[in-house]
Design a binder for this molecule. Structure first.
Ligand code: SF4
Length: 349
């Protein structure tokens, strides 16, 4: 829902200001599925809104639900025909996290990522970004209705879908403002996380503009040589530049940062890799503010693209122990949604 368009519509139709609040409440708090449901408005006004405004900026093409019901993926068709994917995950029963996309495709070209293989098509508007959250709110409401249960809420938002948030910062920052606006979505800043492949200037901007929003960094390699090979971003923002960006981030925010590390068999999962990773973490300092998440690689195609395979569970466990030998604590994250290709790095259109 484009709030500015709604405001203009009300102005052009000489409607009083309180109407805006009424409509916003109906859509964002009560989860109305259409303007015609907003019965506090006259029938004539509702019909006019239906013909001139749109509640969601896309059509639903397909929804896939994993067998355990803990992850759901939607394929959405934007007004120009472009397709994006968005995911809803329940890391714990009843706690839903919306993983949203900010671009159609991505220019960053990370070799282990299905989105990266698509190349970049276009940025999403702030409306297209926040509509994914509106879509999941509506989905949960419908789900509850069909199961005759109390509706569950989207609790957290992660910008970890398709695209690099710092490559579309104007729209991403506007979407964050809307998501945290109490008259609109009303999310707390701390329930929103932005994930980057490691754009140093973006990290600095986010620290200044949104110090309370969580930051996650796709680190994946602690050697420039390997990172250069698998993550082209490293040629511009290498580990040294990432280290300095993180130091600056801590100075401004003093907040925890999540470092994501996908475990690739035989590529970044050796004892030497663990040692290099520990050295990198210690070189940043503020180690109490850095949290390592180890995630076994999710295959993007079968047969595996570029020969990339996930590290085995045993090897992942050994890697974690190696890190602990160097006093670095890490959590092995369970990937949800692999079966419906909704896990990290698997989104494409
Ligand atoms: S991992 Fe993120 S930044 Fe890298 S190509 Fe995929 S979507 Fe883009």
């Amino acid at each position: 829902m484009d709030i500015k368009k709604l405001e203009n519509f009300l102005q052009e139709n000489n409607l009083p200001k309180f109407r805006l609040g009424q409509i916003q409440k109906a859509i964002f708090t009560d989860g109305a599925f259409s303007f015609s449901e907003i019965t506090t408005l006259s029938k004539e006004l509702r019909e006019k809104m239906e013909s001139q405004l749109r509640l969601l900026s896309f059509e639903t093409e397909k929804v896939l639900v994993a067998k355990d019901g803990q992850s759901i993926k939607a394929l959405l068709k934007l007004h120009d025909g472009d397709l994006i994917e968005t995911v809803l995950i329940a890391p714990k029963p009843g706690i839903w996290s919306a993983c949203i996309s900010c671009q159609v495709g991505c220019a960053m070209g990370c070799r282990f990522c299905a989105t990266g293989k698509m190349g970049f098509k276009r940025d999403l508007t702030a409306e297209e970004i926040t509509d994914q959250v509106l879509f999941w709110r509506q989905y949960l409401k419908l789900k509850a209705k069909s199961e005759k249960l109390k509706a569950e809420e989207v609790s957290t938002i992660v910008y970890m879908g398709m695209g690099e948030p710092f490559n579309n910062w104007d729209n991403v920052s506007e979407s964050i403002k809307n998501l945290t606006d109490e008259k609109l979505f009303g999310f707390g800043s701390r329930s929103i996380s932005v994930s980057t492949s490691g754009i140093a200037s973006g990290i600095e901007r986010m620290a200044n503009e949104f110090p309370q929003i969580n930051l996650a960094i796709s680190l994946h390699f602690a050697s420039d040589k390997k990172r250069d090979l698998y993550m082209p971003v490293n040629k511009k923002d290498n580990l040294e530049s990432l280290k300095n960006a993180l130091k600056g981030y801590f100075t401004i925010t003093n907040r925890k940062v999540f470092l994501e590390y996908i475990m690739l068999d035989g590529i970044n999962d050796t004892a030497l890799d663990a040692k290099m990773l520990a050295d990198f973490i210690y070189s940043i300092g503020s180690t109490h503010l850095l949290h390592m998440n180890l995630i076994r690689y999710n295959m993007t195609s079968d047969p595996p693209a570029g020969g990339l395979q996930p590290s085995s569970k045993t090897r992942t466990q050994i890697f974690k122990q190696e890190l602990e030998k160097h006093q670095v604590h890490a959590t092995i994250r369970k990937s949800l949604g692999e079966e419906i290709k909704a896990a990290c790095g698997q989104l494409a259109s």
